[in-house]
Design a protein around this ligand. Structure first.
Ligand SMILES: Nc1nc2c(ncn2[C@@H]2O[C@H](COP(=O)(O)OP(=O)(O)OP(=O)(O)O)[C@@H](O)[C@H]2O)c(=O)[nH]1
Length: 317
């Protein structure tokens, strides 16, 4: 049953691991009007010139939070952005006010529970913002690997009110059944739904199977870091894409997420990969073009200079 309108702004926290499909899902919901005239806050693990382009056309307002992950290093920026929205609302006359809905797309490295704590512990926000729902997307294709190795992936699921399995079009029912059993095991209280590229998808009747046998994991290990690489102007799309394929083939387990915009004669291309799986590039509107091609790599076990050297060696020998 929806909570009564108590005059506070309603915040939906949209979480999920790196590349789980948050932007794709949110873009679709905004297009369908699911959140009404919502103000969108997007927290990227690294500043990438991508998500604002994809979401801005559908949102009532959009704030990018690029100063670090909103559950830890970027917490102050998140609190400040939410306070600004509260302040704006308090200065509006009742007839000027919109639905008061905010959606925060967290970075794939954020723990939604820590964000909830930050809001509840802030003396202003606690009176002006109500966290309506924590939605966590789980990538059915990569869940087995992520949940075995990443403590954070499990913590995100545990924090959810509503879990949405994504990429269910890309897995057989046997895998889907195990992913469903695993998320229900990790969080028996959350509802479990599915989506394909943002569209709701009815879960089929699935065989009763046990959840993944997940090893004990401690919070910690080498941190996952974002690294932004400027691509030199003389590296063209064909050369870059061959280098990237080779890199992901060799290091796809360390490079969890790749994302960026690459200018080509056809227009700016949105480039995305989640672990070893490279998505077909998407042609973006011309205004998404940037002076410099930049790609963000998110992973562990390498540094930016390794990647720059590898690209230089590949292109110039
Ligand atoms: N096959 C398939 N691919 C999907 C689906 N949802 C998202 N994708 C693809 O998965 C990739 C990552 O999607 P995003 O929406 O950018 O994921 P994200 O969670 O916002 O990524 P980060 O912000 O980097 O954590 C993109 O290439 C999407 O096209 C789906 O339901 N099915």
């Amino acid at each position: 049953m929806p909570a009564p309108d108590d005059g506070r702004l309603r915040l939906t926290i949209l979480g999920g691991y790196l590349g789980s499909g948050k932007t794709t899902w949110l873009r679709h919901q905004l297009f369908e009007g699911a959140f009404g005239k919502a103000h969108i806050l997007v927290n990227e693990a690294a500043e990438t010139p991508v998500d604002d382009t994809l979401l801005s056309s559908q949102a009532a307002g959009l704030t990018m939070l690029s100063g670090g992950c909103a559950c830890c290093t970027g917490k102050d920026d998140l609190v400040a952005a939410l306070r600004t929205l509260c302040d704006l609302r308090s200065r509006q006359r009742p007839e000027e006010r919109d639905t008061g809905q905010i959606v925060l797309e967290t970075s794939g490295l954020a723990d939604p529970a820590a964000i909830l704590d930050a809001i509840r512990q802030d003396s202003v926000l606690v009176h002006h913002i109500r966290v309506a729902e924590i939605i966590v997307l789980v990538d059915a294709m990569n869940a087995a690997e992520q949940l075995r190795t990443e403590y954070l992936g499990r913590a995100q699921i545990e924090a959810a009110d509503r879990i949405i399995l994504t990429k269910v079009d890309a897995v057989p029912d046997t895998v889907l059944a195990t992913v469903v059993a695993t998320v229900r095991h990790l969080n028996p209280g959350a509802s479990v739904e599915a989506a394909v590229k943002g569209q709701p998808f009815s879960l089929p009747d699935l065989p009763a199977v046990p959840p993944y046998d997940l090893p004990r994991l401690a919070d910690g290990g080498a941190p996952i870091q974002p690294t932004k690489i400027d691509i030199p102007d003389d590296v063209d799309w064909a050369t870059f894409s061959v280098w990237l394929s080779a890199l992901l083939y060799a290091r796809g387990d360390d490079l969890v997420r790749v994302k960026g915009v690459f200018e080509t004669p056809a227009g700016p291309l949105l480039l995305q990969a989640v672990r070893k799986s490279v998505q077909p590039p998407e042609l973006l509107p011309p205004e998404a073009a940037h002076r410099q091609n930049q790609i963000v790599f998110i992973g562990r076990g390498y540094n930016g200079d390794d990647l720059r050297r590898s690209l230089a060696y590949f292109t110039h020998g």
